[in-house]
Design a protein around this ligand. Structure first.
Ligand code: PLP
Length: 382
């Protein structure tokens, strides 16, 4: 049996979620926009999922705009809010360590004449509210700062940033909470105006996610069609997928495994912290489910393959950058030294992992370090 430790890339769906999806597809197969009885039933299912998600995440008045996942919700937030707020200004602030779906949406807006400022981060991957204060302006319309970084697990000071934004501008504050849902308390609705969520990172299904926003704070549409989702996101609504997403959120809230994640994270940290060949990339106060380390003088691919041969699946710094062989902007931004930056792996926990599996990976990491040491000695003697 393989050990799956790549839960930040995607998780194993819960059986209950799969059952909900299959049952809903059998019973509520119609198009929710259809006027007949079956259409009405599908619409009821969709609306009940919407209400459940809003209520579970703390604010029954919120608008839930269902999307195909985190990427689409992030695009909708960045481009849709830029469009809906452009009468107030054209300045947007984000960070250098966002997911590509934020970064590239911002870079697209730059070509459309918007001005984008990227906040830098320190060696722990944190932005500084002081830098935000320096950069924020009266014509800043949108600030987007992720809650938890997907590659190293840094938790951003969202509350402090929110205070700066509220004090100095009328900008809308969006946060990509794909990696924090089910692991930390969400900053919504207290500190941010809109958050991005994705089901497949919480033992739900791929292809479902949402933008959760405050009422009267909705973005403009960025794709066009039949005007579903209040005209914001056209396309036949995925009622069974939305019901399965609501179920996944309910289960992750009930079953969250934070104390186990913390224990496992500490265990791995202790196992490698005294090794010169290893540099820990995840900050000590980071999110509990992510542990990223860099090995000196080897590539992440070599490490991932070694772990795979030992029956363990981990990833290089992020699944998205793993096939491009480039050093990710996050690893560059936290200033990992040159001889370590190509050797990053990310180990990420989910609710299906066990203490025994963590025993195994702890042993395998130590063996791997010994192999690198031997290889280096041999190299020195040659
Ligand atoms: C922080 C973050 N944002 C956005 C996404 C994109 O989500 P999805 O895979 O649902 O498009 C991911 C997934 O890799 C992520 O980790």
């Amino acid at each position: 049996m393989m050990i799956y430790l790549d839960n930040s890339a995607s998780t194993i769906p819960e059986e209950e979620v799969l059952r909900t999806f299959a049952q809903a597809n059998r019973t509520y197969y119609a198009n929710p926009a259809s006027l007949h009885q079956a259409g009405n039933k599908a619409e009821q299912l969709l609306e009940s999922a919407r209400k459940q998600i809003a209520t579970l995440l703390g604010d029954s008045e919120s608008t839930v705009i269902f999307t195909s996942g985190g990427t689409e919700a992030n695009n909708l937030a960045i481009i849709g809010y830029a469009k809906s707020l452009k009468h107030r200004g054209n300045h947007i602030i984000t960070t250098v360590i966002e997911h590509d779906s934020i970064r590239n949406a911002c870079l697209h807006l730059k070509t459309e004449g918007f001005e984008i400022d990227f906040l830098s981060v320190n060696e722990a991957g944190e932005v500084s509210p002081e830098e935000l204060k320096e950069k924020i302006r009266k014509d800043t319309i949108l600030v987007s700062i992720m809650h938890v970084n997907n590659e190293i697990g840094t938790i951003q000071p969202i509350e402090a940033c929110s205070k700066v934004i509220r004090e100095h501008s009328r900008a809308l504050f969006h946060s990509d909470c794909v990696q924090s849902l089910g692991k930390l308390e969400l900053p919504y609705p207290e500190w941010v105006d809109a958050v991005t969520l994705s089901a497949h990172k919480i033992h739900g299904l791929k292809g479902t996610g949402c933008l959760l926003t405050k009422k009267f704070n909705e973005p403009e549409a960025i794709s066009f069609g039949g005007g579903q989702e209040r005209g914001i996101r056209s396309g036949t609504a995925n009622a069974p997928g939305s019901a399965a997403f609501a179920k996944a959120i309910r289960l992750i809230i009930e079953r969250k495994n934070i104390s186990a994640y913390r224990r496992w994270n500490t265990r791995l940290r202790k196992a490698v912290e005294d090794e010169n060949l290893v540099r820990i990339c995840s900050p000590i106060e980071g999110a509990p489910h992510i542990f990223a380390v860099a090995f000196k003088g080897i590539t992440g691919e070599v490490a991932v393959n070694y772990f795979q041969e030992q029956g363990i699946m981990v990833s290089t710094s992020s699944a998205c950058s793993s096939k491009t062989n480039k050093v990710s902007p996050v690893i560059q931004a936290i200033r990992v030294p040159d001889d370590y930056r190509r050797g990053v792996i990310r180990i990420s926990f989910g609710n299906m992992n066990t203490d025994q599996e963590i025993d195994t990976i702890t042993r395998v990491i130590k063996e791997f370090i010994e192999i690198i040491k031997k290889g280096m000695k041999q190299h020195d003697m040659e």
